[in-house]
Design a protein around this ligand. Structure first.
Ligand SMILES: *Cc1c(COP(=O)(O)O)cnc(C)c1O
Length: 400
């Protein structure tokens, strides 16, 4: 077992060694370093070939056509291109968008920007289990709605959205459906031949690829999605995303997708067992709450609140374990998680929320160690906690 124990795979993953080797082969003079746009010579054509191999690998993971994959610098850029690009291309049809309060900031902040630029956005409330009921989506659609954006897996709670039914609804009305799949690609099967999703964002560093790399799937059949680019330049990626393609990053993302595709089933089964083992052990402590849905969730994420304990205190008590409160992107500010608050979780419980996220390199030993360390820390902190004393005496804490 190696310290620190890393249980923050939802924030980022280490690059798989097989991916790192391939990445290194696309940098130096004896590797594939050419500009893929330099088609006049073999050096450029080899790079272009590497790009197309990777495009096939990414497409295969989500059962899309390779021409539907646009390279970006990550899921953040893919979300920006999907939302802003689609709204600009459809400005005459309408300017209303629909999303949920539990989306990642990489969708919510784009929506805020769109609101300042003439759009109207409806932010749906999830149920207490974090899911968006289909009826709420149906009721919020308007004649001028141009796009619905809902993530497949929530990055804080691991809760799944069932997008097939929502997609049927949007498809029927000619409204685009965008999905931020940063937390689901490579973890859950995604079949875009059957799922009516029109735009889908991917991030390499959430699936054992490098940071700074992602892709946007843009459907071409049966609907052909039109987008306005955000960047202008060399006309790469069918004019949708200018800039010299980073061959090393792209080849690495392709390899990460190939590995995820072939190992997903076995890997997710193993991770789910470890996650369940962690949850079982925590429930033995008593007064532990699951923030999320008990069944409709991804294998690797466990978000829990230990009654009577603030997340900061627990994090400080187990510095050898890398875990996070809420999501890494918001933990710089001491606001309780916007996701948990939207689910109706009270402020004290939300401030106690800790996310354990497991992945490819998590071992049984890591989990055993974590169980012991966290159990000891929770027991010790509860002895000092006035909140815990109140809880023991049955005092109801009146907060909302
Ligand atoms: C990590 C993450 C992002 C950001 O992806 P980058 O590739 O880092 O830009 C967006 N959405 C979700 C759900 C994420 O988990």
């Amino acid at each position: 077992m190696r310290l620190p124990i890393y249980l923050d795979y939802a924030a980022t993953t280490p690059v798989d060694p097989r991916v790192a080797v391939l990445l290194g082969r696309h940098l130096t003079r004896d590797g594939v370093f050419g500009n893929p746009s330099s088609t006049t010579h073999i050096v450029g054509r080899q790079a272009a070939q590497a790009i197309e191999t990777a495009r096939n690998q990414v497409a295969a993971l989500i059962n899309a056509n390779p021409q539907e994959i646009i390279w970006t610098s990550g899921a953040t850029e893919a979300n920006n291109l999907a939302l802003i690009g689609a709204v600009r291309a459809q400005a005459r049809r309408g300017r209303h968008l629909l999303t949920s309060k539990t989306e990642h900031k990489a969708v919510l902040d784009v929506c805020r920007w769109l609101e300042r630029n003439g759009c109207t956005v409806t932010y749906l409330d999830p149920g207490p289990d974090g899911r968006i009921p289909l009826e709420r989506v149906a009721a919020a659609l308007r004649p001028d709605t141009v796009l619905v954006s809902l993530m497949r897996v929530n990055n804080e709670t691991g809760v799944l959205h069932e997008l097939a039914a929502i997609g049927a609804l949007t498809r029927e009305r000619g409204i685009l459906l965008h999905t931020d799949a940063a937390q689901s690609a490579g973890k859950l099967p995604i079949d875009l031949q059957t799922l009516p999703i029109d735009l889908l964002s991917l991030s390499a560093h959430k699936m054992y690829g490098p940071k700074g790399m992602g892709a946007l799937y843009v459907r071409q059949h049966p609907v052909r999605v039109r987008l306005e680019p955000l960047l202008y330049g060399g006309g790469q990626e069918r004019g949708l995303r200018a800039g010299t393609l980073p061959t090393h990053q792209i080849a690495a993302m392709g390899e990460a997708c190939r590995i995820a595709h072939s190992e997903m089933d076995a890997e997710q089964t193993r991770i789910r067992q470890l996650r369940d083992q962690l949850w079982q052990a925590f429930t033995r402590l008593g007064a532990v709450e699951l923030n999320g849905h008990p069944q409709q969730n991804v294998a690797g994420i466990l978000n829990v609140s230990f009654t009577g304990i603030a997340a900061e205190a627990l994090l400080a008590a187990v510095p050898e374990i890398a875990i996070s409160m809420g999501s890494a992107c918001t933990s710089a500010s001491y606001e309780p998680s916007h996701v948990l608050r939207a689910m109706g979780i009270n402020e004290i419980r939300a401030r106690g929320a800790i996310r354990f996220s497991l992945g490819r390199f998590t071992t049984v030993e890591d989990i055993n160690y974590t169980v012991h360390a966290v159990t000891a820390a929770v027991n010790r902190l509860r002895e000092l906690s006035p909140l815990w004393e109140d809880h023991q005496r049955g005092v109801k804490i009146e907060v909302d």
